[in-house]
Design a binder for this molecule. Structure first.
Ligand SMILES: [Zn+2]
Length: 407
């Protein structure tokens, strides 16, 4: 028996042998969900529970897929994620999938037995096969990404952007084929296949163009005289939902948003450390001496995420709750920043009046001090920056540097 077989048997035992097994995962239906603290087995089971809801749909009955087949696919998919990455790992994929699942439930699209979904609503364009394609895209959207953020200097050393962009899709479709699940998605000419590929191929660097398209879509839905091309509108809705899900950390309850933000910065500065070692220029967002957690979150929400969510909520009103939570989170980050600035002023007054020797590094984020008390004070002010380990590229367990789009 291989390790994988043993792993699979344990999973089956967990699911079938324990009558209370499903009670372990009540929070996949909760916006307060987080994958933190879940084992890989728990994560795999959470994914199974989401897909199980969709595969029970009468519209997809013609495709028979066994529970074992589905599990085997999820286990394989989990194994191609680079879990050494602080951020872009299988837990992130599960988080994106759960977010999408939650939003689809809020929209009344799931469960499909929902009799209250009005035909006039934009989300009524989403059919079971589109939802299946969306969920597949969500769980596979960062599969096997080995690389570097393509906007960073290190990427230009050896990355061919077009190859990297198709890597997630290639890996995902190979696994779908291997496990006989590609029949659900169809061949390369099918609509569902096109939905999955177009979602995976969407270039997030074109964020502003993308937000403009969603604004236009809101106008079309609000103007009864507009001509709607159903397939185009459907594709845009699918992309909108998955893009929101991909950056939904900033719309989660603040305690989870903070944790995700720290992990993301950790991944970025690991990349920056490597770029420095190689003598390459380093973007401020990847530079441990320049990055400020609060600023990165405030700017990301203000200039990227809020605009996207608010415009999507103009089309799909039910996701307004996420934009509201994001605004609350923004206020929390802003108040944290003010407190830090206040503490910094206090700190400067104390340090100027003492004999302490201080070294300000460029933006003043990092300091060293001969005073243990002041060092402690400093660590308290910047816990999420100070605790990041300096990356050692000779270390086999070093993070795999992951390409990311916006986040
Ligand atoms: Zn992602």
């Amino acid at each position: 028996m291989t390790n994988k077989d043993i792993h699979f048997s344990k999973l089956l035992m967990d699911v079938y042998a324990s009558p209370t097994a499903t009670l372990k995962y009540p929070n996949i239906s909760n916006w307060d969900f987080s994958p933190f603290g879940l084992t890989e087995q728990d994560l795999i089971h959470s994914v199974y529970l989401v897909f199980d809801q969709v595969l029970k749909l009468p519209e997809l009955y013609h495709i028979s897929i066994t529970q074992a087949q589905l599990y085997d696919f999820i286990i394989d998919l989990a194994s191609v994620y680079h879990n050494q990455n602080p951020y872009h790992n299988f837990a992130h994929a599960v988080d994106v999938l759960q977010c999408l699942f939650y939003m689809l439930c809020e929209l009344g699209v799931l469960p499909f037995t929902n009799k209250f979904l009005q035909k006039s609503k934009p989300q009524s364009l989403l059919r079971p096969k589109d939802v299946f394609a969306l969920l597949i895209a969500a769980i596979g959207h960062d599969a096997a990404h080995p690389g570097i953020n393509s906007s960073n200097p290190l990427a230009t050393l050896y990355n061919d952007k077009s190859v990297l962009e198709s890597l997630h899709a290639m890996t995902l479709f190979q696994l779908l084929n291997k496990h006989g699940i590609d029949r659900l998605v169809g061949d390369s000419k099918s609509e569902a296949y096109k939905v999955v590929s177009s979602i995976l191929a969407t270039d997030m660097s074109l964020h502003n163009d993308y937000v403009s398209k969603i604004k236009e879509q809101a106008n079309r839905f609000n103007n009864t005289n507009s001509h709607l091309d159903e397939q185009d509108e459907r594709n845009l809705l699918c992309s909108a939902l998955i893009k929101c899900a991909d950056i939904s950390n900033v719309a989660r309850p603040f305690h989870w948003g903070t944790k995700w933000a720290e992990l993301l910065v950790q991944e970025f500065i690991s990349q920056g450390d490597l770029e420095k070692q190689m003598g390459l220029p380093v973007l401020p967002m990847n530079d441990r001496t320049k990055v400020v957690l609060e600023d990165s979150q405030i700017n990301f929400i203000k200039f990227v995420a809020l605009d996207l969510f608010q415009n999507v909520a103009n089309v799909l009103n039910e996701i307004e709750f996420a934009a509201d939570q994001m605004k609350k989170n923004l206020r929390r980050w802003e108040s944290r920043k003010k407190n830090i600035e206040y503490e910094q002023e206090e700190f400067d007054i104390v340090s100027n009046s003492s004999t302490t020797h201080m070294i300000m590094v460029e933006t003043g984020i990092k300091r060293s001090s001969s005073s243990l008390d002041l060092q402690h004070h400093d660590v308290k002010r910047r816990p999420s920056i100070e605790k990041y380990p300096v990356n050692n590229t000779d270390d086999r367990d070093a993070p795999v540097y992951c390409q990311c789009s916006i986040q």
